[in-house]
Design a protein around this ligand. Structure first.
Ligand SMILES: *[C@@H]1O[C@H](CO)[C@@H](O)[C@H](O)[C@H]1NC(C)=O
Ligand SMILES: *[C@@H]1O[C@H](CO)[C@@H](O)[C@H](O)[C@H]1NC(C)=O
Ligand SMILES: *[C@@H]1O[C@H](CO)[C@@H](O)[C@H](O)[C@H]1NC(C)=O
Ligand SMILES: *[C@@H]1O[C@H](CO)[C@@H](O)[C@H](O)[C@H]1NC(C)=O
Length: 439
């Protein structure tokens, strides 16, 4: 299937005629510029109250940003790359083969674990308003080089030379991390790469580039009783207030940070918050609504970013909620069923599952609109909502041997949270790529 030709907005500039300014108009304009500079902060406050344009770096919509670090171009004005549709594309997908990327954990290798179809691997994301930028070449050349698709591993690796990129968050963010490594590793010879895990930190090293791509396990970003990277299945989750530095000290010096946090907050209507320390004999624990607790963590994260990241040299991304597909009835299926045996996409453009809290999206939007550091928001929720077909389901390594009852009913143990690789999360990285180089 051939994509539509990319429209080149940059060439439109040539057509613009120079406006002739009357002296009065000029004076008026000069005055307006003067006032805006003088009271810039106030204007920003006023604009800060407005809804940010979806899909834009939220604070960049608020402040007319100078060029962001790593930017080599711009996404077409007004195009929200997160709003679009899935297009079946057997000629350019998947972006790599499952068997060719040794870094995928056995929890995500669906083919190896017997998934009978490969349908989920052949979808390409097509934004409504524009095309995703093509790997750093002019639009005309890109149309010819369509097979090279939007993710350019060479450009990414060159950009990471002498740098550190780190993903921080939960297992869903780890999936995106592994996808990133899979997208890049083909460009690196066998002897010049390695991956090592020690405690909460996993580091992939591209030796010739002196570059690392890392993953740091911190499912709440803040300190919690679920921080052990291996043993963290704790029913009664507790998060410690004001503890971002506990993990944050491991993120210092990173050039590109990618955060996520969501799933672990979903334990009910409220969260247990610890004041003081986990070592205190008498622990003071209060309950906060999930939204308030999440807001607290977002604010801590932003404060950490403001204090520790240099907006002239570094970039910070935040990925929104990864949706689950645990209830068929959400998309008109049968009661008691879930993502198991699903091989098609949800077609209702406004579909939003019952597990995915809009209130959390509102908290994210609200907190980020006040950020001083320009966080780039990866709004992957809606586009992932359509992908009930893309979960690992029963095709993964099981933690425990299955019981006969489970075997008899695959719906009972299907994983409708995590995603097969290659698959959906490669698209998250194409969008990360697009926003890194073409914010
Ligand atoms: C990928 O990026 C490299 C480095 O910027 C560039 O030379 C190359 O032409 C790009 N390839 C494609 C297909 O976009
Ligand atoms: C390698 O990269 C690190 C940053 O990750 C930097 O501090 C160091 O100077 C680099 N070394 C060389 C030899 O370029
Ligand atoms: C799986 O889906 C196929 C086709 O949609 C259907 O025929 C079959 O009954 C389903 N299997 C289960 C166990 O639901
Ligand atoms: C993310 O996208 C969804 C749907 O496209 C939209 O409803 C939501 O407001 C966006 N979130 C933010 C914080 O911009």
């Amino acid at each position: 299937m051939k994509p539509p030709l990319p429209s080149s907005s940059s060439s439109n500039y040539n057509v613009l005629r120079k406006p002739r300014l009357s002296p009065y108009l000029f004076t008026l304009l000069a005055f307006i510029v003067f006032v805006v500079i003088l009271y810039g902060e106030d204007f920003m406050c006023i604009f800060g109250q407005l809804e940010p344009l979806p899909g834009r770096p939220i604070s960049a919509a608020k402040k007319k940003m100078k060029k962001l670090p790593f930017a080599i171009g711009k996404t077409e004005e007004g195009c929200d790359v997160f709003s679009g549709r899935w297009v079946r594309d057997e000629s350019t997908r998947p972006l790599y083969e499952e068997s060719e990327c040794p870094y995928i954990q056995p929890q995500l290798t669906c083919q190896e674990h017997g998934r009978p179809d490969r349908d989920y691997q052949y979808w390409r994301w097509q934004p409504h308003g524009c095309d995703l930028p093509r790997g750093g070449v002019p639009a005309a050349a890109a149309a010819a080089a369509w097979l090279e698709v939007s993710f350019n591993a060479t450009l990414m690796l060159e950009t990471l030379r002498g740098k550190r990129m780190m993903f921080v968050g939960d297992s869903l963010n780890r999936g995106q991390y592994v996808s990133m490594v899979c997208l890049l590793h083909r460009n690196i010879p066998e002897h010049a790469k390695s991956m090592e895990t020690s405690g909460s930190l996993t580091v992939f090293t591209a030796k010739d580039y002196n570059a690392t791509i890392e993953f740091y396990w911190a499912p709440f970003l803040l300190e919690s009783n679920s921080d052990d990277a291996v043993v963290h299945r704790i029913a009664d989750r507790i998060v410690r207030k004001g503890s971002i530095n506990k993990h944050g000290r491991h993120w210092k010096g990173v050039d590109i940070l990618v955060f996520n946090t969501y799933l672990w907050w979903m334990t009910g209507l409220d969260m247990k918050i610890l004041k003081g320390s986990f070592d205190d004999e008498e622990k003071e624990i209060v309950k906060l609504s999930t939204e308030d607790a999440y807001r607290m963590a977002m604010k801590s994260m932003l404060r950490w970013v403001k204090l520790n990241m240099d907006r002239k040299k570094t970039r910070v991304f935040f990925a929104s909620m990864s949706p689950s597909h645990a209830k068929s009835i959400d998309w008109g299926g049968e009661l008691g069923k879930n993502c198991y045996n699903e091989t098609t996409l949800i077609e209702d453009e406004n579909y939003w599952g019952s597990d995915c809290r809009r209130s959390i999206m509102e908290v994210i939007g609200e907190v980020f609109s006040h950020s001083k550091y320009p966080i780039t928001f990866l709004n992957i929720t809606q586009l992932s909502n359509y992908r009930k077909d893309a979960h690992t389901s029963i095709y993964k390594k099981q933690w425990n041997p299955l019981t006969p009852e489970q075997k008899a009913n695959p719906f009972s143990y299907a994983d409708c949270v995590h995603w097969c690789l290659p698959g959906l999360q490669d698209t998250w990285n194409e969008l990360l790529f697009a926003k890194l180089f073409y914010p």
